[in-house]
Design a protein around this ligand. Structure first.
Ligand code: UGA
Length: 433
C-alpha cells in the first residue's frame, strides 16, 4: 500500500519507518528541508533506539523516502497520516495551527486527484477536531467526504525511548472512521499487525487517546499521594503498590511514585482535557487534583530534603538526570526544572549532569546552574546527590559510587537504587519510603 505521512517528529517518523518495515511504500513529508535530507540519507533527526538501523533498511530497500512536496506525495499515495505536533497554548487548550496548515496544503492535490484518498489524523486532538476543523478544510477542495475521500482518526500510544517497539508491538490499535470505506483502508494499513483492533467513530477514537493518557497520569498522581502518606508512617509505597498491583483489576504499571510526570504528553493532554471539559460546562475535580499533585510533588521532594538535611543553603548538590526520563534528550515539562528552581530558591549550589539533555536544559534555565560531562565529576565533593531520571547509568549505583562525595545524602526520586545497600554511612532518602 502507498502511504504518505506528514510530520516527521516522534510519531510521524516512527510510524513511517514502522509501516515501511511492514512492506508498505512510505513517503514522509516535512516542511523542514534539513530533516527531509537527513531522512533520505537514512539519518534519523531524532534519537530512538533501533530507529537508525531500521531507517537504513527501509531507505536502502526504497520502501521509505522523504520530501517537502505535499502535493506530489498526496497524489502518489492512497492514505495520508497527519502526524504534526499539537502543542499547548497558554490557557492549556490545543494549538491546532500546525495541523490546519498541513491539511491546507492537501486541498489542492485532493482537488486535482481522481482516485479515492483517505486522510487520517494521528496527532492528539480533542474530540470533534477531525470532523469540525480538519474536514471543513478538506472540503474546500470541492470533493465530498464518504464519496471522493475518507476521513479517519487513529491515535498513537507509543512512548518516547521505546517508540519503535511500541509502534510495532502495540497492545491495541484504535481505528476511528467516517465510514466503512475509510475503516477498510485503515485496516489494510495495519493488516500485518496481529493485535486487537477496535473500530469506532472518529470522536470516540479521539477521546480514547485523551482518556488513556489521563488515566495513566491519574495512576501516577495517585501513587505520589499515597507515597506521602507512606513516608509519614515509615513504610514503602513500592511494596504497597506491589501488593495492590497483584489484583488483576489494578495493574501494577504506572503506580511508581517519583517526581511526577513530565514529557510532551501527559501534562499537555491532561490540561487540554480539563480545558475541553470546561468548554462543555463539565467539572474535572479529579483531573484538577491530578495536575495539582503533579505540581507539588517535585517541590515536596526538595522540601523533605531541606528538612532532613537541615538546610541546603550553600551546599553543593549533584543533580543527576535533567531530561524528563532516561533514554531521551527531551526536557519538555521535566520535573528537574521545578526541583532545581526550588533548590536555587533555597540557596543550593547545583551541578547538573545528564548523558544527553544538558544543552536543552540550559535553555530552560539559562546560565543558572553548572554542568559536568560525567556523573563522577558531578559527584566529586558534592554534599548531596539527587537522582531525577532513570538513565541506565543511574540504575543500581552502589554506595562506593558515592565515595567521592563530601556529604552523605542521596535523594532517589525515581527509586532506582537498592536501599538495602545503604548503611548508616550514607543517608538514603527515597520517594515514598
Ligand atoms: C506517554 C504514554 O505513556 C504513551 O502511551 C503515549 O503515546 C505518549 O505519552 C503520547 O501521548 O504521545 P511518554 O510521554 O513518552 O508516553 O512517557 P512515559 O514513559 O509514559 O512517561 C511519562 C512520565 O511519567 C515520565 O515523566 C515518567 O517518569 C513518569 N512516570 C511514569 C512516573 O512518574 N511513574 C510511573 O509509574 C510511570
Amino acid at each position: 500500500m502507498k502511504i504518505s505521512i506528514i510530520g516527521t517528529g516522534y510519531v510521524g517518523l516512527v510510524s513511517g519507518v514502522g509501516f515501511a518495515s511492514k512492506g508498505h511504500d512510505v513517503t514522509c513529508i516535512d516542511i523542514v528541508d534539513e530533516k527531509v535530507d537527513k531522512i533520505n540519507r537514512a539519518e534519523p533527526p531524532i534519537y530512538e533506539e533501533g530507529l537508525e538501523e531500521l531507517l537504513k533498511d527501509v531507505v536502502s530497500n526504497e520502501k521509505l523516502k522523504a520530501t517537502t512536496d505535499t502535493g506530489k506525495a498526496v497524489k502518489e499515495t492512497e492514505l495520508t497520516f497527519i502526524c504534526v505536533g499539537t502543542p499547548s497554548k497558554q490557557d492549556g487548550s490545543v494549538d491546532l495551527s500546525g495541523v490546519e496548515k498541513a491539511v491546507q496544503d492537501m486541498v489542492q492535490p485532493l482537488k486535482e486527484k481522481d482516485e479515492y484518498h483517505v486522510f487520517c489524523v494521528k496527532s492528539t486532538v480533542v474530540p470533534g477536531t477531525t470532523e469540525e476543523k480538519v474536514l471543513p478544510i478538506l472540503e474546500k477542495s470541492g470533493k465530498i467526504v464518504g464519496e471522493d475521500f475518507g476521513l479517519g482518526m487513529n491515535p498513537e500510544f507509543l512512548r518516547e525511548g521505546i517508540a519503535l517497539e511500541d509502534f510495532l508491538n502495540p497492545d491495541r490499535i484504535v481505528l476511528g472512521g467516517w465510514d466503512e470505506n475509510t475503516l477498510k483502508v485503515l485496516s489494510e494499513a495495519y493488516g500485518r499487525f496481529q493485535v486487537p483492533k477496535l473500530k469506532t467513530d472518529i470522536k470516540t477514537a479521539e477521546m480514547i487517546k485523551y482518556t488513556s493518557n489521563a488515566l495513566l497520569a491519574t495512576k501516577i498522581s495517585f501513587a505520589n499521594e499515597i507515597s506521602r502518606i507512606c513516608e509519614s508512617i515509615g513504610i514503602d509505597v513500592y511494596e504497597v503498590m506491589d501488593g495492590v498491583g497483584l489484583d488483576h483489576r489494578l495493574k501494577r504499571d504506572f503506580l511508581n511514585a517519583g517526581a511526577g510526570f513530565g514529557g510532551s504528553c501527559f501534562p499537555k493532554d491532561v490540561k487540554a482535557l480539563v480545558n475541553y471539559a470546561k468548554e462543555k460546562d463539565q467539572e474535572t475535580k479529579l483531573l484538577n487534583s491530578v495536575l495539582a499533585i503533579n505540581e507539588e510533588q517535585p517541590v515536596h521532594i526538595i522540601n523533605r530534603l531541606e528538612h532532613i538535611s537541615e538546610g541546603v543553603k550553600g551546599k553543593k548538590v549533584a543533580f543527576l538526570g535533567l531530561a524528563f526520563k532516561g533514554g531521551t534528550d527531551d526536557v519538555r515539562e521535566t520535573r528537574a526544572l521545578p526541583m532545581i528552581k526550588r533548590l536555587l530558591e533555597l540557596g543550593a549550589d547545583v551541578i547538573g549532569y545528564d548523558p544527553e539533555a544538558s544543552e536543552n536544559f540550559d535553555e530552560l534555565l539559562p546560565g543558572k546552574i553548572r554542568y559536568t560531562d560525567s556523573r563522577e565529576e558531578a559527584l566529586e565533593d558534592a554534599d548531596i546527590c539527587i537522582i531525577q531520571n532513570d538513565w541506565n547509568e543511574f540504575k543500581n549505583l552502589k554506595p562506593k559510587d558515592f565515595e567521592p562525595m563530601r556529604g552523605k545524602i542521596i535523594v532517589d526520586s525515581r527509586r532506582l537504587l537498592n536501599r538495602e545497600n545503604f548503611t548508616d554511612d550514607l543517608i538514603y532518602i527515597g520517594v515514598g519510603v
